[in-house]
Design a protein around this ligand. Structure first.
Ligand SMILES: Cc1cc2nc3c(=O)[nH]c(=O)nc-3n(C[C@H](O)[C@H](O)[C@H](O)COP(=O)(O)O)c2cc1C
Length: 231
C-alpha cells in the first residue's frame, strides 16, 4: 500500500497556493483550513470562499460542526470542483468556544453523532475522513475515548494528532498511541511533531496509512520530497 504524505490544515497558511506548492513537492493530499458547516449552510461569503479549490491539487474540505441539518443543507447545494477529494471532520479544535458547544475535540466522545455525520457525507457520494486529538484531557486519553471513536466510526481514514485538547502545540506529541490506533484495523495517519525522514521511516514501518505534516511544512515545504526518497 502506498504510504500517504499529507499537508495538515493550518488556518491562514494552507492557502490554495501553498497547498499546490506542497503537492508539487510530494504531498498526496492537502486540506482547506477549518470551516464551520453552519456558516456554509447559510452561504456565508468568507466561509464559502475559504473552501474553493481552484486547481487539481488533491484537497479535502475540512468542516466542523455537530448539527445534522447543517450538513444536510450544505451537502444539498455543494458542487465538487477540480481537485476536491472529499471532506474531513475537525475533531481536533480545542478552542474554548468549540469545546463549550460540544464541537471540535469535544466531539471525540460524541461517537454516534460523528458516525451519523460521516455516514451522511459518504451517502452523498463523498469520501469522509476524521482529524482528531486523543480526547479532551489526560483522563479521556487514559480511558481510550479516541479508540472508541475510531472503532465505531467508518471514516475513510483517521488523522490522529497525538495530543489531548488540554495540551498545547509545545507539549510533546505521544507517538506511542499509534500502535493501539492501528490495532483497530482502521487506516491511521500520524500527526504531531513530524519533521525528520527517520521519524517518517519508523512510522511507515509500523504499518500506518500515512503522515500528516503541519508546522515543518510551513518552515520547509520541501519536507514532502521525502516521499520520493522513501520510494
Ligand atoms: C497556525 C496553525 C493553524 C492551524 N489550523 C488548523 C485548522 O484549521 N484545522 C485543523 O484541524 N488543525 C489546525 N491546526 C493544527 C494542525 O493541523 C496540526 O494538527 C498541528 O499543527 C500538529 O501538527 P504539526 O506538529 O505537524 O504542526 C493548525 C496549526 C497551526 C500551527
Amino acid at each position: 500500500m502506498d504510504f500517504k504524505f499529507m499537508l495538515a490544515p493550518m488556518e491562514r497558511i494552507t492557502t490554495p497556493e501553498f497547498r499546490t506548492l506542497c503537492h508539487k513537492y510530494g504531498a498526496d493530499l492537502t486540506f482547506t483550513e477549518n470551516s464551520r458547516v453552519a456558516n456554509l449552510a447559510k452561504g456565508k461569503r468568507g466561509e464559502v470562499e475559504a473552501i474553493q479549490i481552484p486547481d487539481d491539487t488533491p484537497t479535502q474540505i475540512q468542516l466542523s460542526g455537530a448539527r445534522l441539518d447543517d450538513y444536510e443543507k450544505f451537502l444539498a447545494k455543494f458542487k465538487p470542483e477540480n481537485g476536491f477529494a472529499g471532506f474531513n471532520l475537525n475533531l481536533g479544535c480545542s478552542a474554548p468556544s468549540y469545546m463549550r458547544q460540544g464541537i471540535g475535540a469535544a466531539m471525540i466522545k460524541r461517537v454516534s453523532r460523528t458516525a451519523e455525520i460521516v455516514h451522511m457525507v459518504q451517502k452523498a457520494g463523498y469520501a469522509c475522513s476524521v482529524k482528531m486529538r486523543l480526547g479532551e484531557n489526560k483522563f479521556e486519553k487514559k480511558t481510550g475515548t479516541y479508540l472508541n471513536l475510531i472503532n465505531n466510526v467508518d471514516a475513510d481514514f483517521f488523522a490522529v494528532h497525538a495530543r489531548t485538547a488540554a495540551q498545547t502545540l509545545d507539549d510533546k506529541a505521544d507517538f506511542h498511541v499509534y500502535s493501539a490506533c492501528k490495532d483497530t484495523g482502521k487506516k491511521i495517519v500520524a500527526n504531531g511533531d513530524i519533521r525528520t525522514k527517520e521519524q517518517i521511516v519508523d512510522l511507515k514501518k509500523s504499518g500506518l496509512y500515512g503522515v500528516m505534516i503541519g508546522r515543518a511544512a510551513k518552515v520547509n515545504p520541501r519536507v514532502f520530497e521525502f516521499k520520493a526518497e522513501l520510494g
